[in-house]
Write a protein that binds this ligand. Structure first.
Ligand code: TXA
Ligand code: MG
Length: 340
């Protein structure tokens, strides 16, 4: 399949690109587009065959439901049986923004969007291009992250191109995304909302808005079956093994030196402060605060290629603010956890 790539910049009027992309979506085809978190791979959420195209292109397991994206609260309310007051509060406070709300589905979306569940994840993204595309095509758009299943989510159009070129009908390229990690998924089908996936909106922010919020116990304890089906899969894997190493820069350096003695080439991912104090074969600096680290993490995970280095050593980060989401993704990407 030929993948059409539109550039949202001075090369072409934005509306022309968006109209073409929207046409493809309305015609049952797959189009990748930017959101404020990561690029998504979209298809008409009401069209089962179109949605199958997403699973096929990504190689995604069929039991993993997709998020339906819409431009407005009104469109969102058309996909669910009820809008409980806590969900309404979350929508009014955080959308458009990096949050996905799980509610009872009313069946408007195709059954493969929800992977047969009675609930549906709905999201109003906060990206001008995503908003424009969703308003222009005027259909709910099912969209998982636009990567091959198991790989890090794409934060640039080049990441999408590398994974899906030739497998999808289009790609709207508007440069790098902002947050860099996927939306917070929160289940609002019970009285107290439950965080199923940590993300751009933190637990503290959610509690400020709606009071008590629980966290899916499976996020802390790998023995429990996660409520977001996608959370059980190994994810975000770089090409080479990655160790998450806790401890001071000196302790991390000791682990690097020990492994180098084995003639291994070592790549490092660390904050600016830590990176300045380490020596290795290749060092990628993620940034100096947690928000910067979140924004660069997935790109860094794609940089190290087989043959470049034999092992990636990555620092651990405090689980405060977006650090919770960073550590959740790193734990899925890592092959081992070393407490140095
Ligand atoms: O930021 C994001 O959320 C990005 C952008 C493109 O919007 N999308 C994204 O989609 O990360 P995906 O498919 O890669 O991750 C969706 C997660 C999965 O873990 C899935 O299992 C969970 O949300 N999910 C979706 N619908 C659900 C439902 N009805 N109940 C529980 N979990 C659900
Ligand atoms: Mg994903």
């Amino acid at each position: 399949m030929q993948t059409k790539r539109w550039y949202i910049d001075e090369r072409q009027p934005e509306q022309q690109a968006i109209e073409e992309a929207a046409d493809r979506l309305r015609n049952g085809r797959t189009v990748a587009f930017p959101t404020e978190t990561v690029y998504g791979l979209g298809a008409d959420a009401t069209d089962e065959a179109a949605v199958s195209g997403i699973f096929e292109a990504k190689g995604r397991p069929e039991d993993n439901p997709l998020i339906a994206h819409v431009a407005t609260k009104k469109q969102l309310s058309r996909l669910v049986t009820t809008l409980p007051s806590v969900a309404e509060k979350l929508i009014d406070t955080f959308t458009p923004g990096p949050i996905t709300i799980v509610l009872p589905s009313n069946g408007t979306c195709a059954s493969n969007v929800t992977a047969g569940l009675s609930t549906i994840g709905v999201r109003i993204p906060d990206h001008p291009v995503a908003q424009n595309l969703l308003k222009t095509c005027d259909i709910p758009v099912a969209a998982p992250s636009a990567n091959i299943s198991g790989k890090p989510s794409p934060t640039t159009a080049d990441h999408v191109w590398a994974d899906l070129q030739g497998k999808i009908a289009g790609l709207v390229d508007a440069g790098a995304t902002g947050v860099g990690l996927e939306s917070t998924v929160i289940d609002c089908t019970q009285e107290i909302p439950v965080i199923l996936r940590p993300g751009g909106i933190t637990k503290a922010q959610l509690e400020m808005a709606v009071g008590s919020v629980m966290v899916d116990p499976a996020l802390a304890n790998t023995a429990d079956k996660p409520k977001a089906p996608g959370m059980k899969y190994k994810h975000y894997a770089p090409d080479v093994p990655m160790w998450l190493v806790a401890g001071s820069p000196e302790n991390i350096q000791a682990v690097i030196d020990r492994e180098r003695d084995d003639a291994k080439r070592i790549g490092v991912m660390a904050s600016t402060q830590t990176a300045n104090r380490l020596q290795a074969d290749r060092i990628i600096t993620l940034g100096s605060d947690l928000r910067d680290i979140a924004a660069t993490l997935y790109d860094a995970l794609r940089v190290f290629k087989n043959g470049d280095v034999d092992l990636i050593v990555c620092e651990t980060f405090p689980r405060t603010d977006i650090g919770q989401a960073i550590m959740n993704r790193l734990e899925k990407a890592a092959t081992a956890y070393v407490d140095s």
